[in-house]
Design a protein around this ligand. Structure first.
Ligand code: NAG
Ligand code: NAG
Ligand code: NAG
Ligand code: NAG
Length: 223
């Protein structure tokens, strides 16, 4: 908890100071996939929510008195190449106070390492992977507002406890290596949670190619 609170103090949203230093800008940098709505955190989905929040802040002057909020957007394309490049450009040309996104795991990891270095918060509805749980260094300024693979892992752990399944478990997944490796990161969260659950529990994992492959694995290993 100490670690989490300590970075909260880095948040650039001042409380009382606002009244004494008017005309300051708070810049929100956004790095998200621009139009591809197959991502829940696509800009076309997130923009209305952010816009509503900004309007609320403007309408209710007491929230951030004396501050003007502005948005700067650059696409992440869900790309590990484009996202950090655009994040660096945003930092260079707009000196933002906070980042929103990326949501995809690999781009989020790259940009989060920068925001940690810049001591800026990175708020994302994505970045579900287990690795982002580590708040000791690289991801200590990353705030996830969405579901995480670790939480799903905790659910799986509770299921095992409930049924007293304490000797063997297997996770089976189809590893789509392109894009954001979605199944891999979800299963990783479950795997890691189960590994930690019982000392006696043996946890197997299997990445399958075809359905036959998956069924054969189940026949061989499950009851
Ligand atoms: C705030 O932003 C506006 C518009 O971009 C700019 O004209 C102004 O100089 C900025 N104020 C400060 C204090 O940076
Ligand atoms: C949107 O992203 C998905 C997942 O990466 C991809 O399969 C699809 O082709 C993309 N759509 C467009 C229009 O780029
Ligand atoms: C976050 O991690 C960076 C890099 O390891 C470190 O320099 C910084 O002190 C950490 N910040 C907090 C608040 O723990
Ligand atoms: C849970 O399973 C273990 C090992 O199979 C068994 O020894 C134990 O009695 C079980 N506990 C309950 C509450 O069923």
């Amino acid at each position: 908890m100490v670690v989490q609170f300590s970075w909260l103090f880095l948040l650039p949203f001042p409380q009382a100071a606002g009244a004494t230093s008017p005309n300051r800008n708070i810049t929100l940098a956004v790095v998200l996939p621009e139009t591809n709505t197959s991502y829940p955190w696509a800009w076309s989905r997130v923009q209305p929510a952010l816009q509503l929040a900004l309007e609320k802040v403007e309408r209710e002057g007491r929230l951030l008195r004396g501050y003007r909020l502005q948005l700067e957007f650059a696409s992440s394309d869900c790309s590990e190449f484009t996202a950090p490049q655009h994040a660096v450009d945003l930092k260079l040309y707009h000196d933002p106070d906070v980042f929103f996104g990326p949501g995809c795991v690999y781009p989020a990891a790259s940009v989060a390492r920068f925001t940690t270095h810049w001591q800026l918060p990175l708020i994302t509805a994505g970045a579900a992977a287990y690795g982002f749980d580590d708040k000791r260094d690289h991801y200590n300024s990353t705030v996830r507002t969405g579901p995480s693979a670790t939480k799903l892992g905790e659910l799986a752990h509770q299921l095992l406890l409930h049924f007293n399944w304490s000797s063997r478990a297997a996770v089976l997944y189809h590893d789509i290596k392109s894009d954001d490796r979605p199944h891999f990161f979800i299963i990783e969260g479950i795997f890691m949670a189960l590994e930690k659950s019982y000392s006696s529990l043996q946890v197997l994992y299997k990445s399958y190619e075809s359905e036959e492959d998956a069924i054969q694995f189940m026949k061989d290993n499950a009851r």
